[in-house]
Design a protein around this ligand. Structure first.
Ligand code: S3P
Length: 427
């Protein structure tokens, strides 16, 4: 797809609902007693995969795509039925890993499979703790990747020390812990996003968090809830970056989730010298939201490392774009997880930004960008990774000459209206 040039960006926008919270609303809604009503649900392909998997296990889900509301008719903790076929997770790592935590406790065998990207993503990280709790996995390949089967069992709680700071791993273990005998805890190297913990608490589960450890007690029942899904800060990140690096621009993004375990992008923008302000800060069942206003700024490079990495892991591609437009050097470290996302995001960013003329070098755990070179248009291979496509729609829009993105439609995964929304701000 040819990428339109961006001259100035002005106006207001509301980004679609948070992907992580949307997935969790389906899963906890399915396990609750009664009807859970969700407003602001993300109609991205990933979240639709979560809906269709739970429908295959006998859960009635009414999805009103016109107003993004979803009603999930929960059948209680023990109400799922054996799936009518393979559970197709599409491109969604969150569906795969969180649902596996639930399947680990079901009295049936489920087969999970997905697209070519999912078939390369590491699942050993959930198989290890869930097997320790009593589930049985069978791999249908030599790697610990999809497709695989899970046979649920009667689980017992564990104290799991995870080698990675991953909310997907933590959530899989905590969800299994709802069904286990005794307490289940997960300790991570750094705190990852805590949406599962917050939502479990609102559904009535007994969950405690202390530093980098989250623990859950077996649940007797979960009670259906009304869930308001805030705008996804990971989607807002493209407009934040674009508003900062485009000349003569000012954008307000309304109702964005600013959960402190997700707001690393705001910290990095401030460290780079961004004009960024938050207003109308409100709390929605533990998930804070705000309007974010950004305007054209002269950015400078910074170092991004350590415990902030899980708080902005999905925003690193667009941070790399900002860094290419900033003065000086940006160093991104401790982000080896980028290699196992929807694509190898270190390689893909380095290849694509280099092809536009940026000075970028990949490292074992991140990248180093010497900003300030003028970018020229190029043919960008998105590798069908939604976050790569959206990042290069910004970079390509601002580059000199024409940019074409191969596989540009993959934005459907998390932001189906991304291109028209970006165009609506163009002046
Ligand atoms: C997610 C957690 C993160 C993130 C992904 C969504 C979640 O993955 O990259 O897009 O909803 O829990 P990891 O837990 O693997 O870091």
């Amino acid at each position: 797809m040819p990428i339109p040039h961006i001259h100035h960006l002005k106006g207001e926008i509301t980004v679609p609902g948070d992907k992580s919270i949307s997935h969790r609303s389906i899963m906890l809604g399915a396990l609750a007693n009664g009807t859970t009503e969700v407003t602001g649900f993300l109609q991205g392909a990933d979240c639709l995969s979560s809906i269709s998997c739970f429908q295959k296990m006998g859960i009635e889900v009414e999805n009103n795509k016109k107003n993004n509301t979803v009603r999930i008719h929960g059948k209680g903790l023990h109400g799922l039925t054996a799936p009518s076929g393979t559970l197709d997770v599409g491109n969604s790592g969150t569906t795969t890993r969180l649902m596996s935590g639930i399947l680990a406790a079901q009295p049936f065998t489920s087969m999970i499979d997905g697209d070519a990207s999912i078939r390369k993503r590491p699942m050993g990280r959930i198989m290890t703790p869930l097997s320790q709790m009593g589930a049985v996995f069978e791999n249908l390949n030599t790697e610990q990747c999809a497709p695989f089967t899970i046979t649920g069992g009667s689980l017992h709680g564990i104290d799991y020390v995870s080698p990675v700071a991953s909310a997907q791993v933590k959530s899989a273990v905590l969800l299994a812990g709802l069904f286990a005998e005794g307490k289940t805890s997960v300790t991570e190297p750094y705190v990852s996003r805590n949406h599962t913990e917050l939502m479990l608490q609102s559904f009535g589960a007994d969950i405690q968090c202390d530093g980098t450890t989250a623990a859950v007690l077996p649940a007797r029942e979960l009670a259906a809830q009304h869930i308001y899904v805030p705008g996804d800060i990971s989607s807002a990140a493209y407009f934040i970056a674009a508003g900062l690096i485009t000349p003569d621009s000012e954008i307000t993004i309304r109702n964005v989730g600013i959960n402190p375990t997700r707001d690393g992008i705001l910290t990095v923008c401030r460290a780079m010298g961004a004009n960024i302000t938050l207003s109308n800060v409100k709390d929605t069942i533990g998930e804070p939201i705000a309007d974010i206003t950004v305007s054209t700024s002269s950015l400078h490079g910074c170092t991004v490392e350590g415990d902030i990495i899980p708080k902005l892991i999905d925003e690193i591609p667009v941070i790399a774009i900002m860094a290419a437009f900033a003065c000086g050097t940006t160093i991104i470290k401790d982000a080896q997880e980028l290699k196992v996302k929807e694509s190898n995001r270190i390689d893909v960013m380095v290849n694509n930004l280099s092809s536009m003329g940026a000075d970028i070098e990949g490292t074992e755990d991140g990248m180093i960008i010497h900003g300030g070179r003028e970018l020229h248009g190029a043919v960008i291979d998105s590798k069908l990774d939604h976050r790569i496509a959206m990042s290069f729609a910004i970079a390509g829009g601002l580059a000199k000459g024409d940019t074409e993105i191969i596989g540009a439609d993959c934005v459907n995964i998390s932001y189906p209206d991304f291109y028209p929304d970006l165009a609506s701000l163009a002046r």
